[in-house]
Design a protein around this ligand. Structure first.
Ligand SMILES: Nc1ncnc2c1ncn2[C@@H]1O[C@H](COP(=O)(O)OP(=O)(O)O)[C@@H](O)[C@H]1O
Ligand SMILES: [Mg+2]
Length: 234
């Protein structure tokens, strides 16, 4: 397993947000973490990468327990998170936003360069000198993912990449995930089931800080009871 999350418990103060989350991802897989608003999706990703470290449990990355290490050190092992709010830096151009993502882990080959990103995503090349904060929501999401790629991640964590985006843009984000999935292991979150079934091989469903269901996308597609019980079915 590339990632093995074992029974993690994460708190905000006294509030017990994750009450024993267990999940694992093999190298090369694309997996979705589903659940309604407040279920614990963001907290799970933030716990994995060390931004809200779990108080109990293990986060094994390549077999090494990284729980309790700093987010910076975990990221350097080859994980990158694109947060829900995308964090595009205002006052910096698209190119500068990409440069900020360029911190390589020791030993990583630089598969992703700014040149390659501009080559593969010409839309970003056209916007290269524009202030990142002037971009549309969809463009900011593309930029946030591209900035993550600059750290040459082996595991990409995407927190609700579709949030607030128009259907046509959601389709483009889906294509981007499919394309990246050929070379990168991906864990993304979503509130509704449709996109997840299309772009992930399997899914975990969270509710109230616990994994309540796990299934292949094919099985979950057929299981409308589970969909209605735990998810927003938009
Ligand atoms: N910064 C925070 N402080 C206190 N409670 C939080 C904070 N962030 C999230 N929570 C709580 O933790 C739980 C899980 O939230 P979150 O992981 O953001 O869910 P999701 O991403 O699935 O919408 C919710 O009950 C939420 O209210
Ligand atoms: Mg969230």
């Amino acid at each position: 397993m590339m990632l093995d999350v074992k029974d993690i418990h994460t708190y905000y103060g006294e509030s017990h947000a994750l009450q024993g989350v267990t999940l694992s991802i093999e190298e090369g897989e694309t997996v979705c973490l589903l659940g309604r608003n407040g279920a614990g999706k963001s907290t799970t990703l933030r716990s994995i990468i060390g931004l809200t470290p779990p108080r109990r449990g293990q986060v094994l990355f390549d077999g090494v327990d990284v729980a309790g290490r700093s987010a910076f050190r975990i990221a350097r092992k080859g994980m990158s998170l694109v947060p829900e709010d995308r964090r595009i830096f205002p006052g910096l151009t698209v190119r500068e936003n990409l440069q900020i993502g360029d911190y390589r882990r020791p030993g990583a080959t630089q598969a992703w360069t700014i040149e390659r990103i501009f080559d593969e995503y010409p839309m970003l090349a056209e916007l290269a000198n524009q202030d990142g904060s002037t971009l549309s929501g969809g463009q900011q999401q593309m930029l946030a993912v591209a900035r993550s790629l600059m750290s040459q991640p082996r595991l990409l964590l995407l927190d609700e990449p579709n949030e607030g985006l128009a259907p046509v843009i959601v389709q483009q984000i889906g294509q981007l995930i499919d394309q990246l999935a050929r070379t990168t292991t991906i864990l993304f979150t979503d509130q509704s089931v449709h996109f997840a079934l299309k772009h992930a091989r399997r899914a975990y469903i969270l509710e109230k800080g616990r994994v309540v269901h796990t299934a292949s996308s094919d099985d979950l597609r057929a299981d409308t009871d589970t969909q209605h019980r735990y998810l927003s079915v938009a």
